[in-house]
Design a protein around this ligand. Sequence first.
Ligand SMILES: Cc1cc2nc3c(=O)[nH]c(=O)nc-3n(C[C@H](O)[C@H](O)[C@H](O)COP(=O)(O)OP(=O)(O)OC[C@H]3O[C@@H](n4cnc5c(N)ncnc54)[C@H](O)[C@@H]3O)c2cc1C
Length: 484
Amino acid sequence: MKTDIVVIGAGISGLVASSLLAKRGFDVVLIEKEPFVGGYVRSFKRDGFIFDAACSFVGGVKEGEELNLIIRELNGEEKIKWLPLRSIRNILPDLSIDLDTWDFEDYIHRLIKLFPLEKASLLSYLKLIEKTGIELKRIRDISIIKRLFFPLFFPKLMKLFRATHGQVLNRFFKDEKLKLALSCLPVTLPPSKLSFLFVATLTSKVIAKGVYYPKGGMKSISEYFEKRLKNFAGKILTSHEVTNISLDKDIFKVKTKNEKTIFSRSVISAINPWQLSKILNYPFGLSLKKLTPSLSAFLVYLGIDSKLLSSDIPSFSYIRSDIGPEEEYRLNLSGNIAKKPTVIVNIPSLLDKKIAPEGKAILRIMTIVPYHYKKGWGEKEKEEIKKRVIDRVKEKLLPSIFDRIELSIVATPLTLERYTYNQDGAIYGLCATPNQIGPKRPSNKTKIDGLFLAGHYTRPAHGIVGAALSGKFAANLAQRWLKR
Ligand SMILES: Cc1cc2nc3c(=O)[nH]c(=O)nc-3n(C[C@H](O)[C@H](O)[C@H](O)COP(=O)(O)OP(=O)(O)OC[C@H]3O[C@@H](n4cnc5c(N)ncnc54)[C@H](O)[C@@H]3O)c2cc1C
């Protein structure tokens, strides 16, 4: 088989890259090792419940925002219906506060009511997030002149590039409870390691503009791109694992486990770069030793009786550990898990009733965990951590949860790794430390002409929107290469 371009990996980044290139008139073959597309952006059905394997919400879908622009380029009849996820309940050890996903300013004002003495600092913190957000937005349209005089035009970004969120929080606040309330994004790093620019980007671009759930579950997003790709005559080979890539006279030879060989002028690798280094016969210019993947996660998917849910139950809650994020992270790094870990609980059937059978609801609990736990993720370890995370929900959200569970499934880092080949089951590709954000992330271009990288280990960022954008960046580079 011969083609213009092969895209390896049908996660969101590979789906975006391949559908854009097919729309732009190129011959595209998307290769995926699983029998289905989506990577982390997929859902699975069990006993009538449609569970989302990994993701729970997405931003960037409003008119003119990143994902919206990609979808607009692909146009077409079929649409994704976005259901708004209005608030996130932040449950701290002795305080519970709702964050309106459209209004970070309102969150700050709620905090001012709870911490009146910190009013001035909270307003300054808000201003800093807003100003940084404005500079980050302007960076999109940066001219060559501005690029040369970057420090003059982007003073905040220059100053904050190396800062962690912890450093910024410590500069403004003393109260540990308040600092925890301001660490309200689902991340795998504690404030002392997490990039402040990453927090400012997510807060100003995503949280303050609303987040959404796709009707029908996360699979609706990947199915949309799959349909668009097919519509533009792109080909998809599912159940085909790429096992070798070689290059002969400017033509790539891509081999799959089931003995299929595809000859291609260009390749976009939308898979874990450690994986790529095993299947590619040449170095491609990335020093993998310098990169740090994010931590992994343990997930419990529950089918429950919907009578269990009171009318004021939020669809998304963030229950924080009482030992604090720094200690919890230290435990994770040493291969342990807090006795009362931080958990994220989401109930997507509150947003879309149809994903659960009549009278039932879906509840999903996630906690960040190390890849290596005790002697491995055997049945005993799975039961132990499952009980630990359900206990957290029982204690803070749903006291009678154990009586109403009708179905339960767990996923460990090994499950995430097995389905997607992410490095040690990394959930966010590279972790968002100051030296792994924006231009510090691996470029979408490689040292090998015609080979490009997409996915959540590359620029610009992780998450559905970050990975989708990486797919668009790689598609733009490949298009230029193919038309040269
Ligand atoms: C538990 C969890 C919760 C998350 N929650 C959110 C959220 O709420 N919102 C959000 O925006 N982001 C969330 N994320 C992050 C987000 O899902 C990812 O950053 C993003 O989806 C990554 O997309 P990707 O295309 O880079 O790769 P992946 O989704 O990892 O896809 C890679 C694909 O490549 C395939 N592949 C690998 N090797 C080969 C090979 N050799 N041959 C063929 N195919 C191969 C895999 O099977 C897979 O389909 C979450 C992630 C996890 C795990």
